[in-house]
Ligand binder design. Structure first.
Ligand code: HPA
Ligand code: ZN
Length: 319
């Protein structure tokens, strides 16, 4: 589906397609514990978030140089552009790389080589959002923010991802306060596998402007009312929810009811190499299976630009 849209929930490491993983493994002398891309694809059967994260972190071993991060981002931007993405706010997970001995600069400079040319090369404007791994300590998040200070001209905001349950947003109060003081925008994953209370905490304690996923708000009518009233955008990822078994089937996805309730929903791909589709594929899936009208699809696309961190004039140009 080539409706112009912004993608607001996309982990760049989750765009690593099996073919590129093997190419980078060969280039870097890394041995993957899979014979070929078919065998690797066989491993893409997930029980839950953690079973996905295990593979997601394992495959990152092939990312070693600036050029690897540049190639990864360029491959994503080309695919996104072909599916109508005009603007992408891209998450990356610095701790998943620095814990393997990479410098933060290798990651940021590499990604920036692709992002810096993206508007002219792919017709996609970009922002970079640095995520903290919530299953790591608050001290590690603070050290990561500190290490990012030389690169803040390239980083628009901070986010929070990885294993959610047992790692409530409040754990990261201090680092989000520090990020806000540095002028960074704030988002966080909440209510994917974790309870609705984590969504409330992300808003009240971390001061987030958007909630990533936020799906489980539907369990709490008062919270839905608040999100509608305060116009808090949610970055939903329907194919991700199916693959990680957050919903039983796509037909059970609450997106139509969420739109009817007045929530500002957006549709995104999360980790498209792993979950069976890029942004346009997610739009196609919700149109086909959930029977969303053209008007609803246009609303989703409009929401994606309104909820983005583009300035007003940039936003109008991107649309
Ligand atoms: N949820 C939490 N953390 C993640 C995800 C996700 O879907 N993808 C990559 N890191
Ligand atoms: Zn995510």
């Amino acid at each position: 589906m080539s409706l112009p849209k912004a993608e607001l929930h996309l982990h760049i490491e989750g765009t690593l397609e099996p073919e590129l993983a093997f190419e980078l493994a060969a280039r870097n002398g890394v041995t993957l514990p899979y014979a070929d891309t078919d065998e690797l694809r066989e491993a893409y059967r997930f029980e839950d978030l953690q079973s996905f994260l295990n593979l997601y972190y394992e495959l990152m071993a092939v990312l070693r140089t600036e050029r690897d991060f540049e190639d990864l981002a360029n491959a994503y931007l080309a695919r996104a552009a072909a599916q109508g993405v005009r603007h992408a706010e891209i998450f990356f997970d610095p701790q998943a790389h620095t814990s393997r001995g990479l410098e933060l600069g290798t990651v940021v400079e590499g990604l920036w080589r692709a992002l810096g040319d993206s508007a002219s090369r792919h017709g996609v404007s970009t922002r970079l959002i640095m995520c903290f791994l919530r299953d790591e300590s608050a001290e590690s998040a603070l050290a990561t923010l500190d290490a990012a200070k030389p690169y803040l001209d390239r980083i628009t905001g901070v986010g929070l991802d990885s294993a959610e349950v047992g790692h409530p947003p409040a754990k990261f109060r201090e680092v989000y306060e520090a990020a806000a003081a540095l002028g960074l925008r704030r988002v966080a994953h909440a209510g994917e596998e974790g309870p609705p209370e984590y969504i409330t905490e992300a808003l009240d304690v971390l001061g987030v402007e958007r909630v990533d996923h936020g799906l489980r708000c539907v369990e709490d009518p008062a919270l839905v009312e608040r999100l509608v009233r305060e116009r808090v955008p949610l970055t939903l990822c329907p194919l991700s929810n199916v693959r990680l078994r957050t919903v039983d089937t796509l037909a059970d996805h609450p997106l139509p009811a969420m739109l009817d309730a007045g929530l500002i929903c957006t549709v995104n791909s999360d980790d498209p190499a792993y979950f069976g589709g890029y942004a346009g594929d997610n739009f196609d899936a919700v149109r086909g299976t959930l029977g969303l009208s053209e008007e609803r699809l246009r609303e989703l696309a409009r929401n994606s630009f309104l909820a983005s961190f583009l300035e007003d004039d940039e936003e109008l140009r991107a649309r």
